[in-house]
Design a protein around this ligand. Structure first.
Ligand code: ADP
Length: 842
């Protein structure tokens, strides 16, 4: 039995006035003063089965005549007694040898008569005493004893020991329902180690033997240490009890559930009768729920719904709704899972078998598998984010990863998802409500741990109907996704075993909170050589097979493939290339199926026959040096593009107009370029007056794609300079970089894709901000060796490379230069001072 009366509780009287009065009385009894020998002389309060500790208040029961006499004597003198515990509780008339040698000087409150004739009193321990001698034996005992004075000094060791004791005590209070919370608060406020030890002993009330032993320990620190080891044992026992209790509880729950199931079945049967087809249907559903191995919460919910169903007339419109709901619960994977194949070598083989290149992504996956195989339980699922232009293998690598791991593969496109309910579902109160797309996809997966690809996470929308990104955050958060909540399902669903991979074309539009959760892996665009390899090794064999052709019977030559790449596709990835190759294979397959003769060796000439007139022309042949036209290399979601920037000067008043779906940042960038040019007019040999005599029109064609950003800054400055000086721009130079008013060139983003685009377009010299050169580490060797990358820090360097030197310029045929810009130039610009740059016709 625990002693719950360690502080101020009395079973006979209520808390309150009476108790308060009684304790006041207790506290007012003075300690007995020591004589000249340092000893105190007091009547003995003999205790059976009980130990009183200093500072603590407890009730005692007095049945023995001698005890009552001793207490009465003490109270008569307004004096304390010495509480001595009997070594053996059964001794009838105890003598000196029957007591512990250490007792406690104790104040005793008023005696209260109990119904059974015994007496009780509240006592308060004051301090330990060592018994020196018994001075009286009859009619009650009197002893002389030496008080033990404990130091209240607290050094670092004491402090640490006290803290340990407190922590362990707190643990016990948490585990033990019979220990009130206040016990810990009380202990927390004790500032002396000895007192703390005594308080804890009284509270946890260990067996009598322990209490007696601890009373005998006079050194407070030693005592506290023994209390700590006692607490440790106590906590162990309590934890065990707790565990047994929980187990017993779940056993009870299970039996209750089974009982409930059986009862429910009976109700359905009696209500509807066995023969009723509706009853049979409901029963069947009931049985499915019962045997579906659902988690408890889901099963109970489903059963409740089946119950409702049983009570509905079969024609009720609600039947369908309830049924669909139960079916959803049954169809979701709650426990089914595949076992991961964590064989790194096998994974490496699978990834290489299906994909060319992509070293970073492959390496990261193999690392993940390796770490998982070493530490299967602990590892958090990383959330990878594959970034790159379309057709660079993001999805198909995801598929291979799933295959390598032996997981199911599912995909969900987030493009254009703007409503939270699309992710999380609609409440069932809506007619036609369904779970959100996450759970729909999980149902398709059929297992709890698929590889789940979330495509186009950069195209996520947002509007007044709630923020889907917030819902996605919950899906991707390992701390929360073990209990994902869907509005329709209304049951928490565990997504924590799912391996999520997201894909996007750009990180720019991914909500930052989401981006934070993910590990970005870039998928760069491919150069021609890589595309050729991918086509030969993967795309062609796959297309042949899909179209029922044998690899031995058809060859597509490299020249044919290159032609398809150059004249029929214009892309960073290989998606369109695969489609075009597919078309070729289909044409051949058709002839074969019709029993006609068919080409077995597809050469470049066949390509045009099968695919029609070329869609893209060789841009290199088409380009020429011009005044007022410079080439920007630009980043787009589809990879990179080259983008001409045209400048036209017409008579006017110094206004500037920019067209071609241009954003604000680009507008400002054009202003900066112009200001720079004006400030450098003199050294560029431009007459400053001309700026007020012309209007400037900058145009950036290339489709109707909206363009923005500062990275065309140096291109606009180059085109402007060209237009004002009449010097041509080298058409084989591409450039990117932001410009400052003073002509410094600042770094920009997307450099690798831009450089690849330039390479694709046959541009061989690319001007890059110096600080961007580091971004080219991963550039394929071939591209690197074919390109002339010029790092620039200042506009002067740009102009030096980009503007054509005079001798070269004179070689450009006259006829070609009679275009609009030049005519306008001729009409408006004053002849530059250098006679060699005078425009023809001026
Ligand atoms: P994304 O998801 O990046 O838009 P996909 O994964 O759909 O691109 O790739 C388009 C096609 O190109 C797929 O058939 C894919 O197998 C193929 N492909 C892309 N990159 C590679 C590569 N490195 N090796 C083999 N095939 C590739």
């Amino acid at each position: 039995m625990k002693n719950n009366d360690w502080y101020l509780r009395d079973s006979e009287e209520d808390f309150g006035e009476a108790l308060h009065r009684r304790t006041e009385e207790l506290y007012s009894i003075p300690d007995t003063q020591p004589d000249e020998d340092g000893l105190i002389e007091c009547p003995v309060l003999p205790l059976r089965d009980l130990v009183v500790f200093p500072h603590m208040v407890s009730p005692v029961f007095l049945s023995q005549e001698a005890a009552i006499l001793a207490v009465e004597e003490a109270q008569l003198n307004d004096q304390t007694v010495i509480a001595l515990t009997l070594l053996d509780a059964d001794v009838e008339e105890p003598g000196p040898q029957d007591f512990l040698p250490v007792g406690v000087e104790t104040a005793v409150g008023r005696l209260l008569s109990m119904p059974d004739g015994s007496n009780s009193a509240l006592v308060q321990g004051r301090r330990r005493v060592e018994v020196v001698e018994f001075v009286q034996l009859e009619p009650f005992l009197i002893v002389r004893a030496r008080p033990v004075y404990e130091t209240a000094e607290v050094d670092r060791e004491t402090d640490a020991t006290m803290r340990t004791a407190l922590e362990m005590f707190q643990r016990c209070v948490q585990l033990d329902r019979s220990l009130p919370e206040e016990a810990y608060l009380f202990a927390l406020n004790i500032k002396e180690p000895g007192w703390l030890g005594d308080m804890i002993i009284t509270a946890i009330a260990p067996p009598l033997q322990n209490r007696q032993d601890l009373l005998l320990v006079l050194d407070p620190m030693e005592r506290l240490k023994q209390v700590i080891s006692l607490l440790a044992k106590e906590a162990d026992v309590l934890e065990l009890e707790d565990e047994i209790h929980t187990r017993a509880q779940s056993e009870v729950d299970r039996t209750q559930r089974e009982f409930y199931l059986r009862e429910q079945m009976k109700v359905i049967q009696t209500e509807l009768g066995d023969s009723d087809p509706w009853a049979r249907e409901v029963l069947e559903l009931h049985n499915r729920v019962e045997h579906a191995n659902l988690p408890e919460e889901a099963q109970l919910r489903a059963l409740k719904e089946v119950d409702r169903l049983a009570q509905m007339p079969p024609m009720s419109p609600e039947v369908g709704i309830v049924r669909t709901y139960v079916e959803w619960i049954l169809d979701l994977p709650w426990a089914a899972a595949t076992e991961d194949n964590l064989d790194v070598r096998n994974a490496a083989v699978v990834l290489d078998r299906d994909h060319f290149g992509l070293p970073r992504a492959k390496e990261r996956i193999l690392e993940y598998i390796a770490v998982r195989s070493l530490n299967p339980k602990r590892l958090r699922q990383p959330i990878l984010c594959f970034i790159g232009p379309p057709g660079t293998g993001k999805t198909s690598l995801g598929r291979s990863i799933a295959e390598a791991l032996g997981r199911k593969f599912v995909r969900l496109s987030l493009g254009g998802v703007r409503d939270e309910a699309e992710i999380r579902g609609h409440r069932r109160t809506y007619i036609g409500a369904l779970p959100g797309r996450i759970l729909q996809t999980m149902r398709r997966a059929g297992t709890l741990n698929p590889l789940f690809m979330l495509d186009e996470i950069d195209k996520l929308g947002q509007d007044f109907r709630g923020d889907p990104a917030a819902a996605l955050l919950e899906v991707l958060d390992p701390e929360q996704n073990n209990s994902f909540s869907d509005h329709y399902l209304e049951l928490s669903y565990d997504l924590s075993k799912v391996m999520f991979i997201t894909t996007a074309n750009t990180t720019g539009t991914i909500p930052p909170a989401l981006l934070d959760r993910m590990e970005v892996i870039e998928f760069p665009g491919y150069i021609e050589e890589e595309k050729l390899q991918i086509a030969n090794r993967f795309l062609v064999p796959r297309q042949l097979e899909e179209n029922g052709l044998q690899p031995e019977e058809i060859t597509i030559t490299d020249q044919a493939i290159l032609r398809a790449i150059r004249e029929y596709t214009y892309e960073a990835g290989v998606r369109n290339l695969e489609r075009e190759l597919g078309k070729i294979c289909r044409k051949v397959a058709r002839r074969k199926a019709e029993g006609k003769r068919f080409a077995t060796r597809i050469t470049a000439a066949y390509v045009e026959r099968f695919l029609g007139p070329p869609q893209f022309f060789n841009q290199e042949a088409d380009r020429q040096n011009e005044v007022g036209v410079a080439t920007a290399v630009a980043w787009t979601e589809n990879g990179g593009e080259i983008m001409p920037v045209e400048v036209l000067l017409v008579e006017g008043k110094g206004n500037m107009q920019i067209t071609g779906q241009i954003g604000n940042v680009m507008q400002e960038s054009a202003q900066a370029a112009l200001s720079y040019l004006k400030s450098r007019a003199r050294s560029l040999e431009i007459d400053a007056d001309i700026f007020d005599q012309v209007d400037i029109h900058i145009h950036i064609p290339e489709g109707a794609i909206p363009k923005d950003g500062p990275s065309a800054g140096i291109t606009m400055a180059t085109a402007l300079t060209s237009a004002f000086t009449g010097r041509e721009v080298n058409c084989n130079v591409g450039m990117t970089g932001e410009i400052t008013l003073r002509g410094r060139v600042l770094p920009v983003g997307g450099v690798r894709e831009k450089v690849l685009a330039a390479h694709r377009a046959g541009i061989r010299t690319v001007l890059l901000p110096k600080r961007n050169v580091k971004d080219l580490i991963d550039l394929p060797k071939r591209a690197r060796s074919e390109l002339n990358i010029v790092p620039v820090e200042h506009m002067d360097q740009v102009l030096e490379v980009a503007l054509v030197t005079q001798e070269k310029k004179t070689r450009v045929p006259r006829s070609r230069r009679k275009d609009n810009q030049e005519v306008a130039m001729e009409a408006t610009s004053k002849p530059p001072t250098d006679p060699a740059t005078i425009q023809p016709g001026v």
